[in-house]
Design a protein around this ligand. Structure first.
Ligand SMILES: [Zn+2]
Length: 111
């Protein structure tokens, strides 16, 4: 079974692009091309996103503490932080596009 298969109708309803934009379990998701059921990236993606966020935060703290000691780190502090913040959005989206299965959106407050 492909990761782009819709969990509702069983047809290939997503592309890497729509899957990347579907978000994780707490987002409203993207509708399946075939049946229109809103789907999101499932547990695996949600767990990965959470772990990745923690790694980025830990790295930022580490970098901040060490950049006080080394000038060559301090010079790069702002661009590195901007890149890390940007990667919080880009990396999970790229990973979602190519890994993990889809699940039906469990949020009922969107139509
Ligand atoms: Zn479907």
């Amino acid at each position: 079974m492909s990761i782009y298969t819709c969990p509702h109708c069983g047809k290939k309803g997503f592309t890497p692009m729509t899957k990347a934009l579907a978000g994780k379990m707490n987002s409203k998701g993207k509708p399946c091309r075939n049946c229109g059921t809103r789907c999101v990236n499932g547990k695996g993606a949600t767990i990965f996103n959470a772990i990745y966020s923690v790694i980025v935060i830990v790295f930022m703290v580490w970098y901040f503490l060490n950049s006080q000691k080394y000038d060559f780190l301090a010079i790069r502090e702002i661009p590195v932080f901007l890149l890390l913040i940007l990667s919080e959005f880009v990396v999970p989206a790229v990973v979602n596009a190519f890994f993990f299965k889809m699940e039906e959106s469990i949020r009922l407050d969107v139509s």
